[in-house]
Design a protein around this ligand. Structure first.
Ligand code: ZN
Length: 340
């Protein structure tokens, strides 16, 4: 092809390019190393030396012209491509957004926080305790020796490693607290946490529930101190108008032992359906620390005395919020959780 034809064909091909890809193909075929313009330039060696200067200048002029057209077209196509991209990626601000669902604290944890705050105000230390315990801490040190019927009543989940179990009561933390106290001085602690029982007979019971253990050890600690402390707790938790009463009971690790009832919120103690006509609702178990338990913890029962109590977290939450079934705490129903 001659120079003139190549010029026209190149300029037409550049003008007809619809996108950067086809323009690049045009560039390669005309301006590339093996392209038409380079082929024209290669002919220079066959010319008479006198003609070479003019011929070279002519072909260079052609190259410059085609390159100029190519550069201009390239700029145009790049601009178009950018505009197209911006158009495709545009954000539609009128589209509705995604809904972010707010999380809620579980009532179980709300109650732990409240109870902890009340006892922290009274100077009680908060201990975390252990979910996995030894038989000694869960039973023996709490005055429940092997073959004691209370072990049967609190049947739990034993681990394959011998002597280890999921604790049946936060009371397991009592002996830890006493043994860890290096100077064997006074102790004021609470221990909130999970406890486990193998309750497969009764569908209304949960295999897992929360307890808050309380332990106070000092000199001349009496039932009056226990009653005063629990009364203050109940009033802070359920309101100033609430009162408590003690009923005699039995636990292996306290002597004397009591069940503690709180006056009914609904009838104020007169008796109604909620309290089954008694005016009171059972809330926790408590008592004076048994001398055998003190001894297991390294405390001399002739010098020290104390009280302990264990309150069910779900029990408090049920009374506090009017929840009817303990199983609701573990069903993960967001409608239930949302209501707190
Ligand atoms: Zn009542």
């Amino acid at each position: 092809m001659e120079e003139k034809e190549i010029r026209e064909a190149a300029l037409k091909a550049i003008g007809d390019s619809k996108d950067l890809k086809s323009l690049e193909e045009v560039r390669i075929s005309y301006l590339g190393k093996k392209g038409s313009v380079a082929a024209l330039m290669a002919r220079i060696k066959d010319l008479d030396p006198a003609e070479r200067g003019a011929y070279g200048a002519k072909i260079n002029g052609l190259r410059n012209e085609v390159e100029g057209a190519y550069n201009q077209k390239k700029t145009e196509l790049e601009k178009e491509a950018l505009e197209q991209k911006l158009k495709e990626e545009a954000i539609d601000l009128s589209l509705p957004g995604y809904e972010f669902r707010q999380g809620y604290r579980h009532p179980y944890h709300l109650i732990i926080d409240e109870v902890t705050a009340i006892f922290a105000d009274l100077g009680f230390e908060v201990k975390e305790g252990r979910d996995v315990e030894t038989e000694d801490y869960n039973f023996t040190y709490l005055n429940v020796p092997k073959d004691h019927p209370a072990r049967e009543m609190q049947d739990t989940f034993y681990l394959e490693q011998g002597g280890l179990l999921l604790r049946t009561q936060t009371s397991a933390e009592q002996a830890h607290a006493m043994q860890e106290k290096f100077d064997k001085g006074p102790i004021k602690m609470i221990c909130p946490g999970k406890t486990y029982r193998r309750d497969d007979d009764d569908p209304t019971h949960s295999h897992q529930f929360g307890q808050i253990e309380g332990l106070l050890i000092g000199k001349d600690i009496s039932m009056a101190d226990l009653k005063g402390t629990l009364e203050l707790f109940v009033k802070r938790m359920f309101g100033e108008k609430r009162s408590i009463r003690f009923r005699s009971s039995y636990f292996p690790f306290t002597e004397p032992s009591v069940e503690v009832d709180v006056s009914c919120a609904k009838c104020g103690g007169k008796g109604c359906q909620m309290c089954k006509g008694t005016g009171y609702i059972e809330i926790l178990g408590a008592g004076e620390v048994h001398p055998a338990v003190l001894r297991h913890g390294g405390y001399d029962p002739d010098v020290y005395s104390g009280f302990a109590f264990g309150v069910g977290i779900e029990r408090v939450a049920m009374l506090r919020y009017g929840i009817d079934d303990i199983r609701r705490f573990y069903q993960n129903d967001v409608r239930f959780l949302k209501s707190f």
